[in-house]
Design a binder for this molecule. Structure first.
Ligand code: NDP
Length: 262
């Protein structure tokens, strides 16, 4: 399909779409006319997002899926194909974050972080790319992190997994360009989501800091002294999957108030 033409079908898959950043992206893309499939392990939050989307008059389905389970990921693709048709947009957003100091870093934490954040992104991309190749149109957006670009204390596994996501983004952009598929990453700083709330609780529990002190630390990582709103990340995703972004691929866009400038 030539540059600038509309995609043949507008079906978007959002992993981790039941809450936080994934939920905001799902709602934003539904507003742009996409049929939405949200996928995660827990059905309850997914169904709430589907109800929100349907209340706005857009089609949506919830698919229970664990990105660490290859069969579950294949079933996700089959379910989307059966109910909505080939996905033209994939938002790899499912992720987990846990911290630990390195000297006695648990091996299972390392494995889990890589399995969800990096291998999950690989696995879900792998099942949806063939349909995009067939349509000669596709957009993949990987939700990485500023931790894909810089290191931080106590976050070895998370940082390694997100650097890997950025490497995968660039490799796929190079390989899938001839098929008219773009692959980009978004790198947020701390976003106001349940994941960041858990990080704040963790700081309080491990350091004895007050909630205000923990929040002040999180804010201090952003030159604007605040949390990023999930909607701000969603707006960048909207832009990247839009028709006008056909020439943007292999890029990583920071949404962090200017903390990281490369
Ligand atoms: P949340 O913890 O709020 O949401 C994570 C989502 O991922 C949930 O819907 C969760 O649903 C899903 N998920 C987790 N594990 C799996 C799995 N194995 N299979 C399928 N789905 C899974 O996180 P955020 O919205 O904050 O983060 C979304 C993404 O953005 C993540 O990749 C995160 O690393 C990244 N990010 C977040 C930042 C932040 O400050 N919050 C900053 C930078 C990047 P369920 O539990 O039901 O499976």
């Amino acid at each position: 399909m030539a540059e600038g033409q509309d995609p043949p079908r507008q079906v978007a898959v959002v992993t981790g779409g039941g809450q936080g950043i994934g939920r905001s992206i799902a709602l934003a893309l539904a507003g742009d006319g996409f049929a939405i499939a949200v996928a995660a392990r827990r059905a309850g939050p997914l169904e709430e997002v589907v109800a929100e989307i349907e209340a706005r008059g857009a089609p949506a389905i919830a698919v229970v899926c664990d990105v660490t389970d290859p069969e579950s990921v294949i079933a996700l693709q089959q379910s989307v194909q059966h109910k909505m048709g080939s996905a033209s947009v994939l938002i790899n957003n499912a992720g987990i974050a846990e911290s630990h100091k390195f000297v006695d870093h648990p091996d299972d934490l390392w494995q889990r972080m890589l399995e969800v954040n990096l291998t999950g992104t690989y696995r879900v991309s792998k099942v949806f790319v063939p349909g995009m190749i067939e349509q000669r149109w596709g957009r993949i957006v990987n939700i990485a992190s500023t931790a894909a670009k810089v290191g931080a204390r106590y976050l070895a596994a998370y940082t390694a997994s997100k650097h890997g996501v950025l490497g995968l983004t660039r490799a796929l952009a190079a390989e899938l360009g001839p098929h008219n598929i773009t692959v980009n990453a978004i790198c947020p700083g701390y976003v106001d989501t349940p994941m960041t709330q858990a990080s704040i609780e963790n700081i309080i529990a491990r350091t004895g800091r007050t909630r205000e002190e923990a929040l002040a630390f999180i804010h201090s990582t952003n030159p604007q002294g605040r949390l990023i709103h999930p909607e701000e990340v969603a707006q960048v995703a909207r832009m990247l999957v839009g028709r006008a972004a056909g020439g943007i691929s292999g890029q990583s866009i920071n949404v962090d108030g200017g903390a990281v400038m490369f």
